[in-house]
Design a protein around this ligand. Structure first.
Ligand SMILES: [Zn+2]
Length: 155
């Protein structure tokens, strides 16, 4: 019957398409791995040709990232009691994570993009070396213990 044949023919086409599609993707991936400099060049070209799209997309992402950052910071602050442990000041905007040992300057160099992970570890109670203080008490703590200069002069 012609109908049956037609269905089978279509199914064959579909199968053919998928098996070759997989192969095509695999080949493209291999080519990309073998020619990283060409890939970089093409991507650069694409980005400059679509500069507006890229810019808009970045603008879309950044506020979301800032929002997430605020949320993680808030959670870390709450986990540490939500107020300065020295004077009780509780306006989040001027609360800081104080390194009790004064080693904050060392860690600041390595946190960078991992800031959110760092905040999460505080929120999870994994950082007994960090306490919550206000900006004033943080500075006084640093001055009293001689951390102030150490924090600003790189070893
Ligand atoms: Zn304080």
């Amino acid at each position: 019957m012609p109908w049956k044949d037609e269905t089978r023919r279509r199914q064959k086409d579909v199968n053919y398409y998928y098996t070759h599609q997989e192969q095509k993707i695999a080949n493209a991936a291999r080519w990309n791995r073998e020619h990283p400099e060409r890939v970089r060049k093409t991507m650069k070209k694409w980005r400059s040709a679509h500069a507006d799209d890229v810019k808009r997309r970045n603008m879309d992402f950044q506020p979301r990232s800032r929002e997430m950052h605020k949320i993680f910071r808030h959670e870390a602050i709450v986990a540490l009691g939500a107020k300065c442990i020295r004077c009780g000041f509780d306006d989040e905007r001027a609360l800081q994570f104080n390194h009790i040992s004064g080693d904050g300057y060392k860690e600041r160099e390595t946190i960078g993009k991992n800031y959110k992970t760092w905040l999460k570890s505080i929120a999870a109670g994994k950082r007994p070396d960090i306490e919550l203080t206000c900006a004033n008490c943080n500075m006084i703590h640093a001055r009293e213990n001689g951390f102030y200069n150490r924090a600003r002069i790189k070893p």
